[in-house]
Design a protein around this ligand. Sequence first.
Ligand code: GLN
Length: 487
Amino acid sequence: MDITELTVHELQEKLENKELTITDITKAYVNRIDKKEKDVQAFVTTLKDEALEEAKELESKETDGDFVGIPIGIKDNICTKGIKTTCSSRMLENFVSPYDATVIEKIKKENMINLGKLNMDEFAMGGSTEYSYFKKTRNPWNLNKVPGGSSGGSAAAVASRMVPWALGSDTGGSIRQPSSFCGVVGLKPTYGLISRYGLVAFASSLDQIGPITKDVYDSAMLLNIIAGYDKRDTTSSNVEKKDYTKALKNDVKGLKIGVPKEFFGEGINEEVKESLENAIKVYKELGAEVEEFSLDIAKYSLATYYIIACAEASSNLGRFDGIRYGYRAKEFKDLKDLYRKSRSEGFGPEVKRRIILGTYVLSSGYYDAYYKKAQQVRTLVMNEFNKAFQKYDVLLTPTSPTVAFDIGSKSNNPLEMYLADICTVSVNIAGLPGISIPCGVDKENMPIGMQLIGDKFQEEKILNAAYTFEQKIKFRENHRPDEKEEG
Ligand code: GLN
């Protein structure tokens, strides 16, 4: 048995039956990192020795909890006390947070073992993980392809079995799109369900932390752990605590699925379209009622997203001034020069692009024309989704218009990179939950992702729809990365 092939719910079972020890599991993952990391480059910081040490310690005492000794990987924009949190930026290259994010407190309470911090696009801005200051993560299915982004390190680490599951963050698709590119399951929860306390802010009205896992059951379990009200995050919602695994019924009879036709139009790759059409057939066979409809407003989502996200980024990133924390230029003439040089040297080109764009749309002469207009369109997008959810339980779309693209093919063309977010951003604009699960592969054995969108706080519906589909097509059993290509 290869321990790293197991899902977390399978690991739990084997721990309980005493077939495996915590050290067996931790060692298996540490060995796997030793084998794969040189090719995949998913980590900014690995905690191999620390993890083995922790495993020993956890074994030496009686500890309660359902996830004691289960390893996890963390996206490097989630604050971890005593361990670097870099956001894959030169600006925070040596930053060590003095506190834990709320989600980290929660996984520590479960006595999970942190295997390390995972690579990402700088400050979560990007869709390929090529904008990391440190390294380019590669797609475990084909090392010449990107893993997606911005949580590319998280998705690649799960797909290459260097961690059994991971946390990512999603502002406009950064959990779902890399999950789709790497053939794993990525959930962006409803805005407000997960505390953002300790998540380094990109665009505060859009950001949300969520699980990246091997299967849907693990996704529901990790959501159980991280969800919940937090008074330290003023946008956190005080909703009833649920057990999301209870929603997994393996039954979609009578489920009403809406398919917005705008997500299947121009720019969507033919093989992606075919795979999604197949998925629709599967749902029909399983007894769901599938209907096409028009979500016309979606065509404005991308423009709206990039205005709002950049505006909020320009404001959030103002705190990196070279004074309080982060990078400081070595030489400067005066205070202004210190600000200018620290920010010029500390931020990469994509981050600067967004700060400039965001500052522009918020400037007094252009505020009404861009920022205010974008906020108005945001309301229209929400209204259209509200209308759709009066009719449908779940909406079904591709996660991304294409499969993973070649490293280097878009990194010099920001607009093309932005266009790749077309299927995911409206979900963040409307604050809705969305999940990406693998639904097939293309001719070159690259995974294709399907996105299921739910109404606010209806995670149970999308999780059950995803689970039922997964049980039927058994993606993990039938498709896997071609290990031959790695070496
Ligand atoms: N690719 C999108 C962007 O660049 C989404 C990023 C994210 O969700 N963090 O903004």
